[in-house]
Design a protein around this ligand. Structure first.
Ligand SMILES: *Cc1c(COP(=O)(O)O)cnc(C)c1O
Length: 363
């Protein structure tokens, strides 16, 4: 039973049916927002309360609000999928709830109980039901829970007032023209996370520190940046917002082990399970970048891909670095990559049985 109920404050819709239909015809990603958002506030001493489902709209912050100065902020990202019978489901939300709790501990924010996290998702999905796209072309409603220090105080300590919201944004197909392999630049200059730092937490600050690496990648004609470990600059960590995998010619699926500087993706965990189910041996280990490019050149690594909620699975066609460039396989989308992607999205959209019990109904 959740303590918070996120009762609607109003049922007025703000976007007309006509405007919503126009948005859902070509939603893009993260550009349009729904009618409602969930809110709750935590005070040291009294805990979580003030929960409500309120109209989506601007929020007012004091210029002294702690989050604007010291970045005490964390977030989550998951999707609501409409199934063929009209029902609305999400994927392993208890894993996101647990990760939000881990991120909260690392950023000295209060933990939101799993039941309250699920109640906030259900409240938004139910109220914004018309915003969940039809299940054609991989469209979904992206849910963005986030939490931040909102106390007007410039001293450096954990805030005593913390706000939690869930906003939602309709998302179209990530690859409108079919799945496109990425060119990935391996940066030897920037790192996204260090030992003992916040790499394993889903905090906004990690993204701020990734942007310059992404810009460097773009300067080299790449779509994405790959970060190495900050200590030795030899081992692959991950991309700026996606975990990394490699398929080998002898039937293994390699991904960097969780060293504390890698974000533990729900997609990552699910892919490791689906791989094992099909007899592809999942291997979590240190992945030395120089060895990976050698194995690409020898043809013993045949496919690579990136994984995360937004794009699900994205093939990597080429790695680039200061020392050269390496085309993976034929530079296209690998068969194992595409087949894992198909299986995962089929489970999410209810097109094949949910054999691991990964789906939770929201509305
Ligand atoms: C969110 C995120 C991922 C992917 O996690 P999913 O749970 O699969 O969406 C990977 N890396 C980083 C840095 C992230 O923030």
């Amino acid at each position: 039973m959740s303590a918070l109920s996120f009762t609607p404050a109003t049922t007025d819709r703000r976007v007309s049916d006509e405007d919503r239909a126009a948005i859902l015809a070509a939603p893009g990603f993260g550009q349009h927002f729904t009618d409602f958002m969930a809110f709750a506030r935590w005070h040291a001493g009294t805990g979580w309360g003030e929960d409500a489902l309120i109209p989506y709209g601007p929020i007012t912050l004091s210029p002294a609000s702690a989050v604007l100065h010291y970045a005490q902020e964390i977030f989550e990202g998951l999707k609501a999928f409409r199934h063929a019978d009209g029902s609305i489901w999400t994927f392993r939300p208890e894993r996101n709830a647990a990760r939000l709790q881990r991120s909260a501990r690392r950023l000295a924010l209060p933990e939101l109980p799993t039941e309250d996290f699920l109640a906030s998702l259900r409240a938004v999905a139910a109220a914004d039901e018309p915003w969940v796209p039809e299940p054609t072309g991989e469209a979904s409603l992206y849910l963005r829970p986030f939490m931040f220090a909102n106390e007007d105080f410039l001293g450096v300590r954990a805030a005593k007032t913390v706000d939690y919201y869930v906003i939602a944004s309709p998302a179209g197909a990530y690859f409108p023209r079919g799945v496109q392999p990425l060119v990935v630049w391996i940066t030897d200059e920037f790192a996204r996370a260090g030992t003992g730092g916040t790499g394993a937490a889903k905090c906004g600050g990690n993204y701020a520190s990734s942007l310059q690496g992404k810009a460097e990648a773009a300067e080299h004609g790449a779509d994405e940046v790959m970060f190495l470990d900050s200590e030795t600059h030899t081992c692959i960590d991950e991309l700026s917002g996606m975990n990394v995998f490699a398929v080998t010619s002898d039937g293994r699926l390699l991904t960097p082990s969780l060293t504390g500087s890698i974000l533990e993706g729900v997609t990552r965990e699910s892919i490791l399970q689906l791989a094992a189910d099909r007899g592809l041996e999942p291997v979590e280990q240190r992945l030395v970048a120089s060895e990976v490019v050698e194995q690409i050149a020898e043809g013993t690594i045949t496919e690579m891909f990136a994984a995360g909620t937004a794009a699900v699975i994205t093939p990597i066609g080429e790695l680039r670095a200061r020392g050269g460039s390496w085309t993976i396989g034929d530079g296209g989308s690998g068969a194992t990559t595409l087949s894992l992607r198909q299986e995962l999205t089929d489970i999410q959209y209810g097109r094949i049985p949910d054999r691991h019990g990964w789906l939770t109904r929201l509305a």
